[in-house]
Design a protein around this ligand. Sequence first.
Ligand code: PMP
Length: 354
Amino acid sequence: MPQIWNFSAGPGMLPHSVLEAAQKEFLDYRGLGASIVEMSHRTHAVEAIVESLTEELRGLLSIPEEFEIFFTQGGGRTQFAMVPANLLRGKTGAYLVTGLWSAAALEEAKRIGRAEAAARTTGDVPDTSDLSWPEDPAYVYYCDNETVHGVEFPAPPTAPEGVPLVADMSSNFLTRPIDWSRHGVVWAAAQKNFAPAGLTVVIARRDLLGGLLPHMPSMFDWSLYAREKSMPNTPPVFQLYIADLVAKWVRAEGGVEAMHRRALERSALLYEALDERPDLYETTVAKRARSRVNVPFRLRDPERLADFIAAGEREGFRQFAGHASVGGLRVSLYNAMPLEGPRRFAEFMRAWRP
Ligand code: PMP
């Protein structure tokens, strides 16, 4: 196979060793004579996977005991609805809108109850020290890393005293430590960094569970997942299995601190190349909010886009066109990407002539 560099924004690259391990035991899971995808979720083997994954995450991210860790389906967009369904309780959701995904979360929350934007920024994160919050905020919601716009919070925003902070970490989960003293709920769709699509992890402070609005589907109730150990119904077993392998890989590679260092190194290579050639490339994200995992940029001459993409593909680069809603280019650099990938891409950017 020729060397390919997969810069997909999601589903994204997973560690090669994890895929190989899964391939090796796909037909016969650990001597049980059946594939993991043929096994009842009520077997010890599957329960053990969920337990192991939960403990791995607790260790990797130093998640305090007062937080429940559970897994749901329906992807990120279902959490856009489950967050207000579980937390609104007649109050108002306050949203920090920094890009496409936080904007979509706000729109979804408005279908469930009262929700408003406390701040809207483009290409930057808001300064939350002097925002005017809604009168009765149920929670403050933000998207830690806007996958499309490449805007990442350098540190968690502040919320009014006693109001829980809720974070969508779908695209930067397991790429750096999380400050739990600042958060009430952190959730992430798995398909960027963590597992195949179809799995979402929710980490919620126990005292925030149990407030599902009436008339909501019972499958929206976070407390049900916590109580039933993520198995109120048949869970996505294969995704949980891969997530457990990925978590073990992260630990073996030095944990989330190591992932953070690598993410900084990888993204710095691209930002240096971008900053060197403002005549060729344009990036509109404020330096303090530049994402370590999704690097979007544009060509000064948009007419050359197809040529740039074709030349990149000849170098073995794949899936680096920008999101359909914004166009341009986007290079995504998740945990499994070796440093060599962005190093080569930066070289290519330096050598490219329109
Ligand atoms: N939040 C973020 C930050 C995302 O990047 C995405 C998907 N790219 C979503 C939410 C939505 O996830 P899903 O496609 O699983 O609904």
